[in-house]
Structures are given as structure tokens and as C-alpha cells.
Design a protein around this ligand. Sequence first.
Ligand code: CA
Length: 289
Amino acid sequence: MCAVLSFMGIAGWGWADGLIRNPGFEDATDTGLPNQWSGPASVYSREVAFKRSGSASLKYVNDNAEVYALCTQPVPLQTGKRYRISAWVKTQDIKGEESGATICAEWQDAQGKWLGGHYPEGAKGTTDWTHIESVTPRIPADAHNYTFTCYVRRAMTGTAWWDDVAITYEPEPPFSSVLTAPDYRGQVAGANPELVRVRCLINLIDCPVQLGDACLAWRVLENGDRSVVMKGEVYPIPAATADVTVDARELPAGKYIVEITFQRKDNGEVLATNTWLAGAGFEPATFGL
Ligand SMILES: [Ca+2]
């Protein structure tokens, strides 16, 4: 028996739109702070001795637990969207009850009143470069101003560094899928072989396309040379949950790839692609896919 089924991932969706200026702290100012960043120069400075990339990082030095200092810059976020925030953080003797050196994103209303934020936990003690990464909730509709902040949590002391910070739009994928049949290891086999059925789940919350303007184009590829052995299209897509059905019963035994592309109907622009690898047995009563 030879059967393989694996989800091979999503491609063709998402982008990285870096929204932070001087994210690697390379540009200097004459205040000692990195360019574009605001904070008390008594605590924060541009550091050249330690860096994760380039020639500099952001450094925090504080020996007074009463001092709570932030290093911030405004960022151009948009209401209704989620963002991934990330940074590399290094610490030396960061002490206190809280979680240490970290980052946050915050939003205020048009009058500057704090509305909310996202606050992943940080690094404390003495650590080498550690990656912090987290996705914000959706920005509320009444938010107006936004900031990205590097900081050490309140009532803590020690030394910390940040480098390669980022905040990027994090759309929900518009398309995912599940191979629902054949239910045994992707095989079309046995006395009454099933149709291949892929349940497609469409989520347009972050996708600038209407369901009626999109289609599900599918192809069956021979696993070896990737030649197309079958293809078709579901249009219109009847609902946000829709099945793509492939009658693979006449295919020769072998391994095939089922590729489903969620795309614009009018110009074929690919919004997302899911790929399934299915295998078949090589016994007389079995069929391909
Ligand atoms: Ca750097």
C-alpha cells in the first residue's frame, strides 16, 4: 500500500508591510536616541556594542525600580485590522516581578485617550537575543492614533536591548480546506471508490473580494511530472463553505496532487492556493488519487 496525504501549505496571500521607521535602530540622532524614536535619553540610547543585525540596537539601562520609561514611535495602523508585532530582545540582569523587556502596540481615540493595546510578555534575567512575536486583536473602530513601544515592564531594573522590531498587517487567510473524502489516507480505492471531495472554507473578512466575484479553480496534477490530468472550476461559489468534487475513478493508479486556487473570476488573480497530495494503492481494485 502506498498512501500519502499531507497539507502542503498556503501560498499567494499576505504581505509584509513594515510600518516602523528605523526598525533596526541604525539611524542615529545627536540626542543619543535612535532616529524616529522618542523616550527619556537617561534610560534609552542607540547602542553599537550589541546588535542583532546591522550596526546598532536600542539599549535600556535603569537601576531605579521607581522609573518607568518607554521608547515609542507613532505607527500608521488601520481600524478593523490585526497586526503582528515582533522584536528581538536581549537582557542582562532584568529584575522584578513583571515579565521584563518587551514591546507593545497601543491605540488612542482622536482626543488622545487610551483605548487599548496589545502587550506580549517579555524576557527577564539574563538572556541572549530572544524573539518576541504576537498578533494584536482587531483595532477598534474608534481608534485614531497608534504607537509601537519598546519598554521594560513597570518596577523592574537592569539592562536590555531591542533590534529588528516590526509591526505588519496580519490578514486572516481567505481560504482553507479539508480533504473530506476519500476518508482513508487520501485513497480512491476498494470496490466502490469515492469521489474526491475537498471542503473549502472561505473567510473574506480581510479579503477585498466579494464571494460572487471569485471562483475555485482546481487541477489534478500527476505527482511526478506535474502534468495536468484533470481540471475544473466552481463558479459561482455557492456559499462560504463549499465542496470541490473530483471524479478520479478513471485515473490510473498513482499519486496525484489536488490543487485548489481561490481566485478572482474576472482576471484570474490568485488570492490563495491550497494543495493536497493524495496517494493510491497499486493493487488491482484501486484507482488513482
Ligand atoms: Ca540593528
